[in-house]
Every structure is written in C-alpha cells, then in structure tokens.
Design a protein around this ligand. Structure first.
Ligand code: SF4
Ligand code: SF4
Ligand code: FES
Length: 375
C-alpha cells in the first residue's frame, strides 16, 4: 500500500522546524513504526525517533499523530492509507524536543522518581521464614496501574501540565496509586500527605485526556480519583480541591443540586469569598448564580439522598468508592438493568470490551483487605 506521512522535523541546536512529507510503499500490515522504519531505511536516514520492542511493551515509541499521542508500534496504517489521509506526525507534547520525534524524558523520570515508585514494606519478616500471601482480588485493585509502560502518552496530552509544568502528572500519579493501593506498603499516609501538596493530585483538571490516550488502559485519571478519595477517607482534606469535592457531596445530599453560591466560601474560605463579593454580585445580577435563600431543592431530592446513603451503607469509602471509567462506559455503551451484573453485560454479543480488572464486588468487599492480605 502507498502511505503518506507529514513529519515535523526539529533541530534543537539550530531551532529549525520543518514539515517534511514522505510517500512510501509499505506492506498492508504496517504500523506507523514500520512506516517510519521504511522512511529511515530507504528514504531519509536523518529522521530521528525512538523504538525498541515493536510490541507495545517498552514504551519507547510514543509520539503524536494528528495532534494526539499514540504508540507508533500499536498504530495500524491500513485504514488511514486507504482513506487517502496523510497524517501529521510530531513529537509528544509537554516534554522538550531533542530532535524530530525524540523528546527529552528527564522531566518525566523526575516526576516518576518523586513518588517513590517502589514498595516500602510495612510488615516484618514472617516468623516461620515463609512468604506472606496477598489475595488476587486485593491485588486487582492496583492491577491497571501496574500495566503502565512509562510511554508518556498521557503526559503528552495533559493540559494541567501545560498550565503548570510542575504538576506531578498522570503517569507519576498512576504509579503513586500503584503503591498507595498496595496492601503491603507501609507508607500510605506519608505518600498521601505528599501527594496532597502543591502540584499534587488536586491540580488535575479532570479533562480525561490521559484516559483517552493511554495505550495500555491504565486510566490515570481514575488513579487520581482513587488517590483523592483515599486522601479524604484518611482525613487529608486541606486542599481546596478536596473541599470543593466535599461540597458537591453535601450539595447533592441536601438539595439535589449544586449549592453554587456557597461553593466559594466553603472551598476557599470566608475571607476569600468576601474579596470576591463584587464579582459574585455581578454574576447574580446576570442570573448566573442563584441566591442562597430560599435554597433551591430538587423535586426528587429524596433520590439523591437515598443514593448518598446507599453508598454509605456499602462502605465504599476511599478507592473502593471510585467507579473505574471503563465500567461506567460499559454500562453507558450497552445499557443495563438495575439487577444486571457487569459480567452479564460483558457476556452480551458485541458488548464493550471486558475491563482489565474484575468487578471488586464479586470477589472482595471493602474492609476485607487487612484480614485477607496478611501483612
Ligand atoms: S485528567 Fe488530569 S492528569 Fe489526566 S490529562 Fe487531564 S488534567 Fe492531566
Ligand atoms: S499511564 Fe498509560 S499513557 Fe501514561 S505512561 Fe503509563 S502506559 Fe503510558
Ligand atoms: S517500540 Fe516498544 S512500545 Fe513501541
């Protein structure tokens, strides 16, 4: 097949940038990485990009195609070439470009190192000299995070990192949850304390681009949600982000709506709210925020309250309370009856793909972990 590629070339020494077009002959099964190899072998040996495993394992070949991060070795070119589309290939975002499609990964590794990405065991050696066992269901909690191959595709698309390059970022935070959620780790509270500092979990804007672009289904935004929920469960709620989230819960429970007028004082404090009085009055004048009294209560507020109580009764605090994105998507995509289990949904013909993690409800209950996981 004939494949056209437009590649952004870049030389960091001279600062020169140029969009170069290539037209190549490639086999039908070719991936983007295969096509780049053909360009380099037969057309232009000066083109620079990274690769190693060619099978979605090493994480070296992250780059952008038409402005969205991809793993080149996972991206088939057949449909694109058949459609006559010539994609634009460029280096990943949020990292300095060294040459062409090669970025400097040092800022990425720095963030990675900042979360202590290794187990700090919180138990003594077993007296009988044998190993401790952790149940599979308990380890399933961190299974998705453990799938990360450090490719940087999520970091490339993170708009919070664009606004604040010091933001810890989706990959490092997913890795942080890998250890916060590990029942063997003894530094959970210290880790959460650190992650609640400036540039930590609450800087995420919840744009979900990291979930969308991760080629391994890690879903870093879900990991960040789990870190936030676990922090609040442990009483670490000093950040405005945590207060903001808590006020949403109070609002939904009391009125079924977001009590927007009180959101600023409850999140930023009374002093800050007073400073913004003029702005708030302007919004109220234009009908953008309702007056706090009388409170606007939804007609079916009981349903919101029941939902709140139901979650409480299930004991789904902390990370147990976070619905993994792919499970919510499966339900939305396929529809479901209240009594239908996720397993039944996935068994349907043409159902949404089965997630990596089994439904924790089926094989482990919140609170089981301490007894079950031995350490
Ligand atoms: S959801 Fe958060 S971490 Fe993920 S890309 Fe958006 S801002 Fe970044
Ligand atoms: S979370 Fe996904 S996109 Fe981000 S580095 Fe890991 S594998 Fe790559
Ligand atoms: S070359 Fe290893 S992930 Fe693509």
């Amino acid at each position: 097949m004939q494949v056209g590629l437009k590649v952004w070339r870049f030389n960091s020494r001279s600062g020169e940038r140029e969009l170069q077009e290539y037209e190549i002959d490639a086999p039908e099964e070719a991936t983007l990485l295969d096509c780049l190899d053909i360009v380099k072998d037969r057309h232009d040996g000066t083109l620079a990009y990274r690769k190693s495993c060619r099978m979605m394992i090493c994480g070296s070949c992250g780059m952008r195609m038409d402005g969205a991060a991809v793993l080149a070795c996972k991206t088939r070119m057949y449909d694109i070439a058949n459609a006559g589309h010539v994609p634009v290939i460029s280096a990943m975002g949020n990292l300095p470009i060294v040459k062409d499609l090669v970025v400097d990964m040092e800022p990425f590794w720095e963030k990675f190192r900042s979360v202590d990405p290794f187990l700090r065991p919180g138990y003594d050696e077993p007296p009988d000299g044998k190993e401790y066992l952790v149940t599979q269901s308990r380890m399933n909690v961190v299974h998705k995070e453990a799938l990360c191959i450090n490719c940087g595709c999520c970091v490339s698309e993170c708009n919070a990192m664009e606004a604040d390059p010091l933001f810890t970022g989706p990959q490092a935070l997913a890795k942080a949850f890998r250890f916060v959620g590990d029942p063997r780790d003894g530094q959970k509270l210290a880790r959460l304390e650190k992650l609640n500092n400036e540039h930590g979990i609450w800087e995420c804007t919840r744009c979900y681009f990291c979930n969308e672009r991760c080629p391994k289904g890690v879903d870093p935004r879900d990991s960040i949600a789990k870190l936030g929920a676990e922090s609040m469960k442990e009483g670490i709620d000093r950040d405005m982000g945590a207060k903001h989230a808590k006020w949403f819960v109070v609002s939904a429970k009391t009125t079924g709506w977001l009590r927007e007028t009180e959101l600023v004082p409850k999140t930023q404090g009374v002093v800050s709210a007073i400073k913004q009085t003029k702005f708030a009055l302007g919004l109220a004048k234009k009908g953008k925020v309702p007056l706090p009294v009388p409170p606007h209560v939804a007609a079916n507020v009981r349903e919101a309250r029941r939902l709140h109580d139901l979650v409480g009764e299930q004991g789904r605090n902390g990370f147990w309370g976070i619905v993994q994105g792919e499970k919510a998507l499966a339900k939305l995509e396929n529809g479901h009856d209240a009594d239908e289990s996720l397993e039944e949904i996935y068994e349907r013909p043409n159902a949404f793909h089965r997630p990596f993690v089994k439904d924790v409800e089926t094989d482990a209950k919140p609170g089981d972990d301490e007894e079950e996981s031995n350490p």
